[in-house]
Design a binder for this molecule. Structure first.
Ligand code: GLA
Length: 726
């Protein structure tokens, strides 16, 4: 059934949950189906998650084996629990029974199903909420737990989802890393027992692991075939992904906020909302999973997901903290002449009593530094606007340096434990957002900057450390374990408020690189900074990993100096540009530092990027050659209407004899012809692509015979534009 016919269904039918008399409940998208059965004992079981059937009623014809749809601790369940509650009277068990379900269209291709469960004895309500994005084939699941007992209860486990799978073998791909080395992929076959991927960092929670995974059924994940599930948790806080293979080889996957050291008390009448887990099932491999998430993100997941993006110049690596009005004005002038569209002023512009001249002081004091910028931000903004540039600014509002007026005034606002030494990281401390006064401060810090300096178009919201010594000076002793959940909720709350007040402002989620990359936050951000590492070789891997769940339209990628500041690697400017142009292009160096030839190349590349930008940012991503599997790596974007495409091909190590392997393109219309043009060529350089230049080929040829041009040199790259001929 397509989206239109779903929406055309009468409300009464939708309310019935799709199938017969509430014994079966299905959550469907255009191509997938998640089916539940209510047993005679009123237990809710998942009986199926896979491709959509023409007739879902067939699922009722044979008694499919079922597994608990949301496993609560106690009773006969002996495996990890999705939900573990200590009831008001101390009973540690929960027995969930089906109570009701309703399905309703939310419009815009979104259908919501809520399945309500109740404890068999206690006044405890659990709603499983599924939001099904029809065309994108993405399901969003969250859970709400309500305490209707007169006493307080305590939640010890509170997963967002509890999915079961039955296959001969399970392969999980995780996304792991560290600062300047984010989003590496590693796949592993699951063995009996439990594998946990988690974060206990609280803030900047994704520094070591991202709350995303691919689960491939039966065999390792392939790009274009095979059953793959992709999932990502929309949560900036600590998380846990738990994969348990039981003795019958059934796999259960629990995903949610990390319950570790985070038990949560609910007083009478209170409720607990878990973050959402977003997931998608594909029979066409991992490539389809990514394209679905990207389409979903552009439509629903990112702030202004399909809106305009600007080529920006960031002064961070260009100046670090060492700048003044004159230096910045020169950069702004150069930026405008080169074709940039936005200037982003990074760290170092604030603090007076404790000037922010290094990372050891000033954080928290959000007043313009009068010495560096005597005419304030309005002057810089007007210098930008005069030249047709937009203006952006860096903030890190959740943090404070001990050397700051903020800390002098509010030492009680930081996260720390009593009788323990202050635990500094990058010379800074975390503000305790479980405290409403701190929430208001963080909100006001950004609001004052934006309201007080009209004309700010872009905000880079940074967050450079994680929680250690995790105690709250605001929460009472019995609620100390709430800090982890409360802080994450509070930061989302502030993001939402800021974003709502400034709907036109583009926010970039940054956390010392990609330490905060999740769809809970991205709802309020249009871009994300995936890594501080400007080394293009490293970025090929990081962007490859990030692209599994997060779209190019948000993936800020900057051309930096060579040798790269973090890795020390030297690479050609063209290679750096080509890598950055395969996402959202920006630059992090001073134009004045470029040679005349490099300046000319850069200016040209920026102009070229503006031409291909719609395809790269709003097109479908096709991964062609993985950097994990060979020396050459390639990817392409194809516009949704299949009229244009851009191919990026990189060589990461020298090939002495050249490499003429067939590069099989994807996503084109086989029966249409596409004209090929190499772009971003160095002037005077000869083309590897000469044999194909200017010729047109059918989509069929390009996808079956492919392109066979050799690449020889380390850090060589070829970018090709494809235009469909009518
Ligand atoms: C973090 C960010 C960088 C830069 C610095 C400024 O490390 O990831 O891009 O903004 O902070 O201190």
């Amino acid at each position: 059934m397509n989206r239109t016919s779903w929406l055309a269904l009468p409300a009464a039918l939708l309310l019935a949950g799709g199938l017969s008399a509430q014994r079966y409940i299905t959550v469907t998208t255009e191509h997938t189906c998640l089916a539940f059965r209510v047993t005679d004992k009123q237990a809710l079981e998942q009986i199926y998650f896979g491709g959509r059937l023409a007739d879902a009623k067939e699922l009722e014809r044979a008694a499919l084996p079922g597994s608990s749809a949301y496993t609560a601790f106690g009773g006969e369940h002996t495996f990890e629990a999705a939900l573990r509650v200590v009831q008001g009277d101390g009973n540690t068990s929960t027995e969930l029974r089906y109570a009701a379900s309703r399905t309703e269209s939310k419009g815009d291709g979104v259908v919501q199903t809520v399945i309500s469960l109740r404890d068999a004895h206690y006044a405890l309500e659990v709603d499983l909420c599924y939001t099904a994005y029809q065309a994108e084939d993405v399901i969003e699941q969250r859970v709400e737990v309500r305490n209707r007992q007169p006493e307080s209860i305590t939640l010890h486990n509170f997963a967002s989802a509890d999915l079961s799978f039955s296959a001969p073998a399970y392969y999980v791909t995780q996304f792991h890393g560290n600062w300047a080395d984010e989003m590496n992929l590693r796949e592993q076959r699951l063995t009996p027992g439990i594998k946990v991927i988690d974060s206990k960092l609280g803030v900047r929670s994704h520094q070591f692991a991202h709350p995303c995974f691919l689960l491939s059924l039966g065999q390792p994940a392939r790009e274009d075939e095979g059953e793959v599930v992709g999932a990502t948790l929309a949560w900036p806080g600590s998380f846990q992904l738990c994969f348990e293979v039981d003795p019958t080889n059934l796999l259960r996957v629990l995903a949610g906020a990390n319950p570790y050291a985070s038990s949560y008390a609910l007083a009478a009448g209170e409720s607990f909302q878990t973050p959402a887990l977003l997931y998608s099932y594909s029979r066409e491999g991992a490539g389809a999973i990514s394209r679905r998430f990207h389409r979903w993100a552009r439509r629903y997941g990112l702030k202004n997901g399909s809106g305009e993006r600007y080529v920006l110049l960031n002064n961070w690596e260009a100046t670090y903290f060492d700048f003044d009005e004159e230096k910045l004005t020169k950069i702004i002038d150069d930026a405008a002449k080169m074709g940039f569209e936005l200037f982003l002023l990074d760290d170092g512009w604030f603090g007076n009593k404790h000037p922010r001249n290094s990372d050891s002081a000033g954080l928290g004091d959000w007043q313009t530094n009068a010495k560096k910028l005597p005419r304030g931000l309005p002057y810089l903004i007007s210098e930008c606007k005069k030249r047709g540039l937009k203006f952006g600014i860096w903030v890190e509002p959740e943090m404070v340096n001990p050397q700051s007026e903020l800390y002098e005034q509010h030492p009680d606002w930081i996260i720390t434990q009593p009788h323990r030494e202050l635990s500094l990281s990058r010379n800074q401390l975390l503000l305790d957002l479980s405290n409403p006064a701190v929430q208001e401060f963080v909100y006001k810090a950004i609001d004052n900057i934006l309201a007080g300096n009209p004309g700010i178009d872009y905000v880079k919201w940074d967050c450079n450390r994680y929680v250690t010594n995790g105690g709250s000076q605001h929460l009472p002793p019995e609620k100390q374990s709430h800090l982890w959940v409360d802080n994450a909720r509070a930061v989302l709350g502030v993001m939402e408020k800021v974003s709502a007040k400034y709907p036109q402002v583009c926010f970039m989620a940054c956390s010392g690189g990609g330490g905060r990359l999740d769809y809970g936050s991205l709802k309020f951000f249009s871009e994300y900074w995936i890594s501080d590492n400007g080394d293009p070789l490293q970025r090929i891997f990081t962007q490859w990993g990030g692209g599994y769940f997060f779209p190019a339209v948000g993936m800020a990628s900057h051309v930096s100096a060579s040798p790269a500041h973090i890795s020390g690697r030297s690479t050609p400017l063209k290679f750096r540009f080509d890598v950055a142009m395969s996402a959202k292009l920006g630059m992090d160096l001073q134009p004045a530092q470029l040679s005349a030839a490099d300046y000319a190349f850069s200016k040209n590349a920026i102009a070229t990027y503006k031409e291909i930008r719609p395809v790269v940012l709003y097109g479908d991503l096709y991964r062609l050659l993985s950097p994990y599997e060979g020396n050459r790596t390639a990817l392409m974007y194809v516009s949704e209407d299949r009229l244009s495409a851009v191919l990026f091909s990189f060589l990461v190590r020298k090939e002495v004899y050249g490499n003429r392997q067939a590069l099989l393109l994807k996503g084109l219309q086989p029966d249409k012809r596409y004209r090929l043009k190499e772009i971003n060529r160095e002037s005077g350089g000869w083309s590897r692509f000469a044999e194909y230049e200017g010729k047109s080929f059918s989509g069929e040829y390009l996808m079956t015979v492919g392109l066979r041009f050799a690449m020889y040199n380390e850090y060589e790259s070829v970018v090709v534009q494809l235009q469909r001929e009518e």
